[in-house]
Design a protein around this ligand. Structure first.
Ligand code: ADP
Length: 503
């Protein structure tokens, strides 16, 4: 055995000798062992019959190279073993064209291949996952872009995006309608040429510069009111909110603009109406005051002359004349009561400083004033412990007196029972005056607070119809509300609220 053969037989590398046509001539034992074929099985077989179909073409090319006398290095292919499984081999071969032989050494690289393949597979699946992620992101981005676009397109107010040179980048459909400029007309042009009145231009540019130099990317201004100008050159008030944002090193500004012409108009009209109402109320009060005040004097004259007539000519007048005089006196008394109520009504809003009132003490006075009526009518009055309130004592006195008098006046067959109570709310006290009188039909519950509104004839229940109108005005003067709840035939409860004093 020469050195070559020794080496061939004992080498741990897979060695073989193939002739130039690709037929095995010799393989070494380790190779035999690896492939599972015996030397005899292999010898005289063509090399290419063991090669994986996918590698045949490349293998043929390499064989051609060898035939032409060129070495091959690190050529990889799959070789079929006896068990029909493939093994990856890496070939280095050198031809001896003169002898018509190829000396080839192979290395089993299956493990490396498998690892590489697995890695590759992993890489592929990772890449696939990454791709999916990217795709998802893109889809999400597209969706959110679409959503933003939809918001932008359907925003009820103009939304405008500009860069830090005031160049218009975005201009939504509402901006088209409000300012009259079409998107195509304005995109790429400076905002100040379209909607900013000339006097604000410098400020506009300076404001943007400030943001860029200071580098603060926040909300700049919120709901500030300024004038804008439309395509027709008409100025109108707008409320603006501006934010800036940084994108790839460039500043952009997004403006939300609200046309507030209509609101302003409504607010101005409301103000005018409120002032008008106040003026006409004051005028009415003044008129009522003057009229009632000035009516008192001639009325007093009529009454005193009627009384004189009655006194002096008592014996000379027949019964008819006496009755007529008595009707006239009755009428003048009623007129006095009316004038008195009107005067009271017109005086309610005369500003007097409010003071602390203890309603329990105040009610003692009220009950004293009407003690005769209380006695005559067998009235029972229960008054709970009431809180200190803040107001005009004369008016509050009148308020309680009117409500208690009504509770007695509109009694039914039973003896009147009145209960005065209070409920404390967050910002106010809610008083209740409950009676067991005739009650009020549902349809009249909110009508009885109107001036001169009465539900009964003077004959059945005397009165002027001013009492509750006065109560309402007093309560409103104290920042409260008044209303009634009633069960017809069973009784009524009048409620009113008085605002707590805010210190
Ligand atoms: P007046 O008492 O002079 O009629 P008010 O303005 O005080 O005028 O009351 C208006 C109307 O409301 C009364 O005519 C009466 O019909 C009704 N009313 C007021 N208070 C009561 C009450 N406690 N019970 C039933 N009806 C009432």
């Amino acid at each position: 055995m020469n050195t070559f053969e020794y080496f061939f037989q004992h080498s741990q590398e897979f060695c073989c000798i193939i002739n130039l046509d690709g037929y095995f001539e010799n393989i070494n034992p380790v190779f035999e062992k690896l492939l599972g074929y015996s030397q005899n099985e292999l010898v005289k077989s063509n090399f290419s019959s063991f090669i994986h179909p996918d590698d045949i073409q490349a293998t043929q090319l390499e064989l051609e190279k060898l035939k032409n006398g060129t070495d091959i290095n690190n050529f990889e292919n799959r070789f079929r073993k006896k068990d029909n499984k493939y093994v990856w081999l890496e070939w280095n071969a050198t031809p001896d064209t003169a002898a018509g032989k190829i000396y080839a050494i192979a290395r089993n690289i299956s493990e490396r291949k498998i690892t590489t393949e697995t890695l590759k597979e992993r890489e592929i699946s990772q890449r696939k996952m990454d791709d999916e992620k990217v795709e998802n992101n893109i889809r999400e981005l597209r969706n959110s872009k679409q959503q933003i676009q939809a918001i932008f397109d359907n925003a009820p107010d103009p939304v405008i995006v500009i860069d830090d040179n005031s160049t218009i980048i975005k201009w939504n459909p509402k901006a088209e309608t409000v300012f009259g400029w079409g998107t195509k007309e304005v995109i790429g042009k400076p905002l100040y040429e379209f909607i900013i009145p000339a006097r604000y231009r410098e400020n506009h540019i300076a404001g943007m510069k400030q943001v860029v130099t200071k580098g603060n990317v926040t909300e700049l201004r919120k709901n500030y009111e300024v004038e804008a100008i439309n395509k027709q050159g008409i100025e109108f008030p707008v409320s603006m909110s501006i934010s800036s944002f940084l994108n790839e090193g460039n500043y952009f500004f997004i403006g939300f603009v609200r046309d507030i012409s209509e609101n302003k108009k409504i607010a101005a009209e409301k103000l005018i109406m409120a002032e008008e109402l106040k003026r006409s109320n004051t005028e009415l009060e003044q008129f009522a005051y003057i009229a009632s005040h000035d009516l008192q004097e001639p009325l007093r004259m009529i009454t005193s002359y009627l009384q004189l007539l009655e006194k002096r000519y008592k014996d000379k007048l027949d019964q008819d004349a006496k009755d007529f005089i008595s009707f006239a006196v009755d009428g003048s008394n009623r007129m006095r009561a009316l004038i008195h109520s009107l005067l009271e009504y017109s005086r309610i809003n005369r500003v007097k400083p409010f003071e602390e009132i203890n309603p329990n003490l105040l009610l003692n006075d009220v009950l004293k004033n009407i003690s005769i009526s209380i006695k005559e009518n067998n009235v029972t009055i229960n008054i709970d412990e009431l809180p200190i309130i803040y107001g005009d004592p004369v008016l509050i006195n009148l308020l309680f007196q009117n409500l208690i008098e009504n509770a007695i006046k509109f009694r039914n067959a039973k003896n009147p029972e009145i209960h005065i109570s209070v409920k404390e709310e967050l910002n106010e006290f809610q008083f209740a005056i409950k009676d067991n009188g005739i009650g009020i039909q549902k349809e009249y519950l909110d009508k009885i607070f109107v001036i001169f509104k009465r539900l009964h004839s003077r004959e059945s229940y005397p009165g002027t119809g001013m009492g509750l109108a006065i109560c309402k005005k007093i309560v409103e003067r104290h920042g409260g509300r008044i209303w009634v709840e009633s069960e017809f035939g069973q009784g009524s409860t009048f409620y009113f609220t008085i605002k707590k004093k805010m210190f």
